[in-house]
Structure formats: structure tokens, C-alpha cells
Ligand binder design. Structure first.
Ligand code: FEO
Ligand code: CA
Ligand code: CA
Ligand code: CA
Length: 629
């Protein structure tokens, strides 16, 4: 499709769009739905500052990138991160080998320049989360229906070893990036063997003690790390999300029944792990689920660093953990809970960031105030503290210390009156304005009688993005992220015209529509790059998942352009730029999902008959080497 052609589906929907717009005008009159101020000024030409050409907006077995760019497959599931390993063979499950290789379902990515503290853009550490596994795509002979009964111990252990995180030294020579296999920095964190320290208010609490860890201070492994964040002191935060899916056994038979019900434990795991490992059976190890659902901090520059679960940030299904610093050096972390009707949280550290002494900041995230957001229909947002002893967070409601508050953060947030949102995914602050962008991916469970201006659509299949404005926003470094009150507005409502979508009015002419925004990042000019995850509705929507971008300020605000398509049945994760903006790393997660090793819907990126599809990280560059965008 040529860069500026109009999608036929969209052309057919112009009329419905107009009536839809009339319908939401009522909301506009009173609510905080943002206008696109520059739109009228720019009539007659493409108002966007983004000048790249768009690739075909179609689903296919291969990736697709904007013309004039190259998407290099940098590292795949199974690729070695140590020298001297045998060629990867998915026919032979090998847990020990897997712990020396890139893990499965790469999600969050961070590029940390080498040396530490520099702004190098051709040499650094690539940090990648390995969120979950699709064993029916990893190993031959399994089916989606019967895998839980038929998987072997060797397969299960290889699967557990494929979870976690990876740190890999990478270098660019000319236009191509390569992995430095013999690097002393290269490291795998796995769910099978990595010891992780618990810190903060819940560390050592009886509710976190198990037979293997009677002190409640050390957990083996980290699970379902979705997205994450980078701290100003050069460590990485990774966010444990859907940890409930790993546990078997009846949670009603434990003392934590209400806690586990609130987090979705159902007694039936999506994994076969409990057949071989007692700790994943709550009837055998009832406290183990309390040891997951945290944010974990890692120092990628120190291969001996013991990762830490920072319990002060609360326990729920963290999508990400974004760290910002206020003008007076207070450290603030935003983190969303990705499930229908869950909340947006914020942590403000008690001590200030010290830029002159890196190590002095390492325990900053252990002490501070966790709070949760309430949005009002007049465009205001208030942060409600989740502090033991305040308001309803007392023994009368089953909270005896701050440990109980962080372990049951969701229930605490229910009691203080937070606003239930349409699945909070990423939350990120613009480096150029300090405004905060909150991605709500979708919520098909929202009924028409439970709408509010921050979640304005019933049966929200396509999601939306909110713009949160802390006081002082507008120029770099001035936003008061620790303020009690922000204002907010809607940046865009995703989907097509028939869904009541709302973008820049010239999107049909110059851009593309998207569905289910998930992770976001910014380029050097502060433009927004949006990764999408439609899940099983990809086929119904008829558009690929991938990367889109738009201006946030000026006449092109909200004019979304399409940049990169992932292969069939994959989702786009982890977009991140090098400091100079010339390379964009992106994680292709679960290509071929819902099919099997023996009959996959794609064999990206190898396209070899003896290799299933493999999740992989791509490095995207302009052919002329200039900054992307
Ligand atoms: Fe793992 Fe919320 O996506
Ligand atoms: Ca996500
Ligand atoms: Ca998602
Ligand atoms: Ca995912």
C-alpha cells in the first residue's frame, strides 16, 4: 500500500464516524477529552512531524517495516549468550542449556549504554524480560488441549528456565548489531534457579514464609515479567504480571483464600509445573503466591548482583514500573495493574536521588508512599495514599501492618475508592514535557452503565490512551510527579470509526488506525511510539500488531502513523531507542500463538522446516543511519 493511501475499510466508515463524533460531543462539552488544537491550522497538508513512509497495514507470516528501514533479527529464543554451546535444538528440552540461552517470549527491553553513565549508542547491554511460555510451540508433539497432562519433567524444567530475564552485551559494527557471546556481563535470571532477595515492608513477613524459605526473605525466580523500567541510577526494574496463572491446587483450602481470589487464582494453572514442583501447588505450599506479583530491581552492570523484589511498590499484576525524578530529586514510580477494572498506582520514595553516588540510590525504593489514582469526570486526578493506619487500612479491615497493605494492594485500593480502569498497561512520562501517558489496552467487560470520562466506552475492544498532566509539566525536568493532584485528558480512543474512535481528524488521510495499545516509548523529540497487542482479536480486526507513532504536541498531535508490523499471531513489546535515536529495538513476542510446533501459522524468523517460530528482538535502523522518525 502506498504511504498515503486511504484504507478502504475506513473510507466506508466516514459517515458513521461523523455520527459517532456527534455522539461523543456530549462528553466533550463537559469532560476532559482533549481537543486537537492544531488540526484546523494544518488543513491542506500532512501536519505530522513524522515523515517515514508506512508499510502495508496487513497481517502476514513475515515482519514488515517502513520503506527505507532495515529490521535486523538480533537475538532469538535459544540463541547462546555464552560461548561454546552446541547449536540450539528445540527437539531436545534442556533446562541447564536454556539457562545459558536467550529466553522465551521477550517483552520489556532496555538498552543500557556501556560504559555505565555514558550515552553511547553503538555499544551497551540489552536487557530483556522473558514473560511466559507457549510449550506447544516450543516442543514437538504437544497440543494446546492435552499439554498439561502430557508434558515431561524435562520439558517443564526447560520451560521454567526460559522464564525470567536476560542481560546481553551488544555492539554495532557499521549497520549491523551483534551479540558479544563471551561478555562477562551476559547473564540469565530464570524462574528455575535464580535467588532473589525480598526487601521492603513485606520482607520476612509470616505470609511470605515457606518450607524452602522459613525466613520469608529469599525467593527462587521471578515470573511473568511483562514490562519494566530503567532507574536514573542505571538499574532495571522488571514487573511481575500474571503470576496467578502458574499455581495449581484449591486456593480456598488456604488461609489466603480471599487474597488469592482477588488476584484470580482459580485452582487451575495454565502450566504443568505443579506436577513436578510442589511449590506451584497452593495446597502444598500455601504462601508461595504471596512471593510473586512484585517489582524486581536488577543491576545489569554487576553480574554478581542479587536481584531484589521491592515490596514497597505493592503486589498486583504489574505491567511496568516507570521511574521519574521531580525537580527536587524525589524519585517517583508509576505502575499499572493490567486487568479489567484495576488501578493505576504511584510510589514516591522517602529519600532523594543522589546523582553523584550511584550505589547510594540502591535501596531508595524500599521506603516511601504507595498511592492509587482516582479520576474525576471534570479532568482531575487525586492520588490516594495506601498507608497502614490511614482511612480504612486498619485492623478492622484485616490490615495489621504495611506488609498487609502491600500484599493485598488491590483490596486496599478498593477500600480507598480508586477508579477501576480499562486494563492499565504501560504508563510513561515524556522526556520533553513531563506529561504522563497512560495506556488502557481494552476492556470488553465494561457495561454501558459503568462509564466515566476516563473510561468512556462500553465494551471497549480497542482501548485508549490518557494524558496525565502533573503540575509544572511543559518543559523537561519541571513536572511535579509527586503532587497530590494532576489533571488529565484523553489523547486518543483506538479502533475504527464504527467503534467511536478518536484520533487527529486527518488520520484517515495521512495515518492509520490501531487497536489495543500496550507498551509505549518516546523518541528524542518526545514523540510517542505505541506497541499494540490485539491478542486473539487480531484476525477479527484484520490488522497486524506492531509499532505506530504520533506527535503529542503541535498540529500533528494524535495523527497516528504505522511503522512496523510483527508477523502473524505475535504481539509487539518493549520498544526502546538508543540515546541517539538511530536504532529502535523491539521485541516480537509469541509469533504463531494459538498454533503448535508441528503446525505453526508462521515460522518467523528462521523459516526452516525443522524450527518453530521463535520470539526474537529486532534492531530497526534507517538505511541512511539517521535518527528514526
Ligand atoms: Fe504482559 Fe499487560 O501485558
Ligand atoms: Ca504488555
Ligand atoms: Ca497486552
Ligand atoms: Ca504479552
Amino acid at each position: 500500500m502506498p504511504a498515503r493511501s486511504t484504507s478502504p475499510a475506513l473510507s466506508a466508515l466516514i459517515a458513521t464516524r461523523l455520527s459517532r463524533r456527534a455522539m461523543i460531543r456530549g462528553l466533550l462539552a463537559t469532560s476532559a477529552l482533549a481537543a486537537f488544537p492544531g488540526a484546523a491550522l494544518a488543513a491542506g497538508g500532512d501536519p505530522s512531524t513524522l515523515r517515514f513512509a508506512q508499510p502495508p497495514h496487513v497481517i502476514g507470516p513475515d515482519q514488515g517495516v517502513s520503506p527505507g528501514h532495515v529490521a535486523q533479527v538480533l537475538i532469538r529464543w535459544g540463541d547462546p549468550i555464552e560461548p561454546g554451546l552446541a547449536p540450539f535444538d528445540p527437539h531436545i528440552p534442556d533446562a541447564a542449556g536454556q539457562e545459558k540461552r536467550f529466553g522465551y517470549n521477550n517483552d520489556f527491553l532496555a538498552f543500557l549504554p556501556l560504559p555505565v553513565g555514558s550515552q553511547t549508542s553503538d555499544h551497551g547491554l540489552l536487557c530483556a524480560n522473558f514473560e511466559y511460555t507457549n510449550p506447544e510451540l516450543m516442543f514437538p508433539g504437544l497440543t494446546i488441549k492435552t499439554k498439561l497432562e502430557t508434558m515431561t519433567r524435562a520439558q517443564v524444567d526447560a520451560e521454567i528456565a526460559a522464564h525470567g530475564h536476560g542481560i546481553v552485551e551488544i555492539r554495532r559494527d557499521g549497520e549491523a548489531w551483534r551479540v558479544v557471546e563471551a561478555s562477562p556481563f551476559n547473564r540469565r535470571l530464570s524462574a528455575l534457579s535464580t535467588a532473589i532477595r525480598l526487601s521492603g515492608p513485606a520482607a520476612g513477613h509470616p505470609r511470605l514464609r515457606t518450607a524452602a524459605d522459613p525466613e520469608g526473605r529469599t525467593v527462587v525466580g521471578t515470573l511473568n515479567n511483562c514490562s519494566g523500567g530503567v532507574t536514573p541510577w542505571g538499574t532495571v526494574l522488571i514487573a511481575e504480571e500474571n503470576f496467578d496463572t502458574y499455581f495449581s491446587g484449591d486456593p480456598k483450602k488456604t488461609a489466603e483464600a480471599a487474597n488469592y481470589a482477588r488476584l484470580g487464582l482459580k485452582g487451575k494453572s495454565r502450566y504443568a509445573w505443579a506436577r513436578f514442583h510442589d511449590r506451584f501447588d497452593v495446597e502444598k505450599e500455601p504462601n508461595e503466591p504471596n512471593r510473586f506479583g512484585w517489582v524486581v530491581e536488577i543491576d545489569p552492570y554487576d553480574p554478581t548482583f542479587v536481584p531484589v523484589k521491592r515490596t514497597a511498590l505493592g503486589r498486583f499484576k504489574h505491567e511496568a514500573a516507570t521511574v521519574v525524578v521531580t525537580p527536587d530529586r524525589k524519585v517517583v514510580v508509576y505502575t499499572g495493574d493490567d486487568e479489567a477494572f484495576e488501578y493505576l498506582y504511584r510510589f514516591v520514595a522517602a529519600r532523594r536521588f543522589d546523582p553523584s553516588r550511584r550505589q547510594a540510590n540502591f535501596d531508595l525504593l524500599d521506603e516511601g508512599t504507595l498511592s492509587v489514582a482516582r479520576f474525576d469526570d471534570a479532568g482531575g486526578l487525586v492520588w490516594l495514599p495506601l498507608v497502614f493506619g490511614q482511612g480504612p487500612l486498619t485492623p478492622a479491615n484485616g490490615f495489621h501492618t504495611q506488609a498487609d497493605v502491600v500484599i493485598e494492594a488491590r483490596r486496599a485500593a478498593d477500600l480507598v475508592g480508586a477508579t477501576p480502569m480499562d486494563r492499565p498497561e504501560d504508563v510513561e512520562a515524556s522526556p520533553t514535557t513531563g506529561k504522563v501517558y497512560m495506556v488502557l489496552t481494552n476492556n470488553t467487560k465494561r457495561p454501558a452503565d459503568k462509564l466515566n470520562h476516563a473510561n468512556p466506552r462500553a465494551d471497549n475492544r480497542h482501548g485508549h490512551i490518557l494524558e496525565l498532566v502533573p503540575p509544572g509539566s511543559g518543559q523537561p525536568g519541571h513536572a511535579r510527579h509527586d503532587a497530590e493532584r494532576f489533571s488529565w485528558s484523553v489523547l486518543l480512543l483506538a479502533g475504527e470509526d464504527k467503534d467511536g474512535a478518536r484520533y487527529h481528524p486527518q488520520t484517515r488521510e495521512y495515518g492509520q488506525w490501531l487497536s489495543c495499545p500496550d507498551n509505549i516509548t518516546f523518541d528524542r523529540q518526545g514523540r510517542l511510539w505505541i506497541a499494540t497487542d490485539q491478542g486473539s482479536s487480531q484476525g477479527r480486526n484484520g490488522i497486524p500488531d506492531g509499532l505506530y507513532a504520533c506527535d503529542l504536541e503541535g498540529p500533528g498531535r494524535g495523527l497516528v502513523k504505522f511503522f512496523y508490523a510483527v508477523p502473524q499471531d505475535a504481539e509487539m513489546c518493549g520498544p526502546c531507542f538508543t540515546p541517539d535515536g538511530t536504532t529502535l529495538f523491539a521485541a516480537v513476542q509469541h509469533p504463531g500463538e494459538d498454533s503448535t510446533f508441528d503446525a505453526p501459522t508462521t515460522r518467523w524468523p528462521d523459516f526452516r522446516d525443522d524450527m518453530p517460530p521463535r520470539p526474537a528482538v529486532v534492531a530497526i535502523r534507517r538505511q541512511d543511519g539517521k535518527p528514526i522518525g
